[in-house]
Design a protein around this ligand. Structure first.
Ligand SMILES: Cc1ncc(COP(=O)(O)O)c(C=O)c1O
Length: 430
């Protein structure tokens, strides 16, 4: 940015989509010329990586503030946003505390004029089908609360759902007398057809909703489009939990055909902590209602939680969006698949390692690798790996597994994975 002031840089439109939008920002609430912008311009735009290997992604990795020597491989737990996203949050709060009047105006305009339409385009949805939430759990609750269900109506979900995807239905069972049923999904998942067949066998004339993940926390990729079609053919509604999918690969919600879709934006999308969304298909609004507004209508469905929200956090989603747009979500998928394939190859050469997540793109998300290590206590291994190797991983002691979860994003490297494999080898009993 040498030789250009930040403001001039924005004015020159050099920051890509976010920068171009910012030139028209703040018109309703003009700020004094000498004030700090509430909405900071992006840093230098990132070139689209040419290839999947580490050198092609070195400039992307440099956009993260992680301390030298530390490797973060728990993105499925909580995403590590690029430095520009963290700065956008801080700048937004700072601006509000300096001059709330114009700062809140600018931030609101950024959310309305850039974040909402940008997210809609990124997700293949219409803007009015999306509601911003604080996380996936909140969106899952809003979705489950909205379905028009009566006592005895059945909701079917899989044994691999996150508690956040299960509890909202359990609440409805306790309050409204609906019946919940679970279909068993094995790990590793070898065929997408296994999920389809499990649902087909479980549906009854009383089934009103099926609910399932896009990618499970255990790394399984479900055949969402086919499941949504299966439901539609039987006049059943479908809900998808996309917490482990959004920001990992290209997504087109209209094409998927589900009725509702909830997700975090603070995991793979690399948004600031405390961000997510709920999608409700426009055509399903006559069967899914607002959890808040008595006067909601299909034209004004009012799914979004009302009241004051964390404006600087929401507005900073513009920086995550620009980051994803600049590097390309198709490139993110290719890079994360490359890294997890590299890890899988290394694990294949380790005696006593057994993959729990799928090994093919048909049944596994590109970025999370879950495996058991014979004789290793997965929960105890997490702090040991952090201490010995400065690598952050997670455990997956669930669904009957004593497993370790390694979730690598674009910023990880093959050298870090080599270091991890070495540290894992040190965990094995002698
Ligand atoms: C599959 C799945 N659904 C829902 C959630 C909950 O996400 P959030 O913390 O954003 O509410 C998670 C979190 O790990 C998850 O993995």
């Amino acid at each position: 940015m040498a030789g250009l002031s930040r403001r001039a840089f924005v004015g020159a439109g050099a920051t890509g989509a976010a920068g171009a939008w910012l030139t028209g920002c703040g018109q309703n609430t003009p700020r004094p010329d000498d004030s700090t912008p509430a909405v900071p311009p992006d840093d230098v735009p990132l070139a689209r990586p040419d290839g999947v290997d580490d050198p092609a992604w070195a400039h992307v990795r440099a956009a993260f503030d992680l301390e030298a020597g530390t490797a973060y491989m728990n993105n499925a737990g909580l995403g590590m946003p690029p430095g520009r996203v963290a700065r956008a949050v801080a700048d937004g709060y700072r601006a509000i505390s300096r001059e709330p009047r114009w700062a809140t105006g600018e931030l609101r305009e950024l959310v309305a004029g850039r974040v909402r339409p940008g997210l809609a385009a990124f997700l293949g949805a219409d803007e009015d089908e999306l509601s911003l939430t604080r996380n996936a759990t909140e969106a899952l609750h809003l979705s489950a609360a909205g379905f028009d269900l009566r006592p005895g109506d059945e909701v079917v979900f899989t044994t691999q759902e996150h508690p956040a995807g299960r509890r909202p239905w359990q609440l409805r069972a306790a309050r409204d007398g609906i019946v919940t049923r679970e279909v068993f999904v094995p790990s590793p998942l070898l065929r997408a057809d296994d999920v389809i067949e499990a649902f087909e066998a479980a549906l009854t004339p009383r089934t009103r909703v099926i609910a399932f993940c896009h990618v499970t926390r255990g790394g399984h990729l479900y055949p969402v489009r086919r499941l949504a079609a299966l439901a539609r053919d039987r006049d059943i509604l479908s809900h998808v939990d996309g917490a482990q999918a959004v920001g990992m690969f290209p997504l087109d919600l209209h094409d998927l055909g589900c009725d509702t879709y909830s997700a975090s934006l603070h995991k793979w999308f690399l948004g600031p902590t405390g961000t997510g969304f709920l999608y409700v298909r426009a055509g399903a609004r006559d069967r899914i209602r607002s959890a808040f507004a008595h006067d909601a209508t299909p034209e004004n469905p009012a799914f979004e939680p009302p009241g004051t929200n964390d404006l600087p956090v929401r507005a900073a989603l513009a920086a995550s969006l620009a980051f994803m747009e600049q590097i390309g979500i198709d490139r993110v998928e290719a890079r994360t698949r490359f890294l997890s394939d590299y890890l899988k190859e290394r694990l294949a050469g380790m005696s006593g390692a057994r993959l729990v997540s799928g090994s093919t793109p048909e049944t596994s998300g590109p970025a999370s690798t879950i495996f058991e290590l014979e004789g290793v206590d997965a929960v105890a291994s997490v702090p040991v790996i952090a201490e010995r190797a400065s690598i952050h991983i997670d455990e997956h002691r669930r669904d009957g597994h004593e497993a370790i979860r390694v979730s690598t994003h674009v910023y990880n490297t093959t050298a870090e994975i080599d270091r991890l494999v070495e540290a894992l080898a040190g965990l094995r009993p002698a």
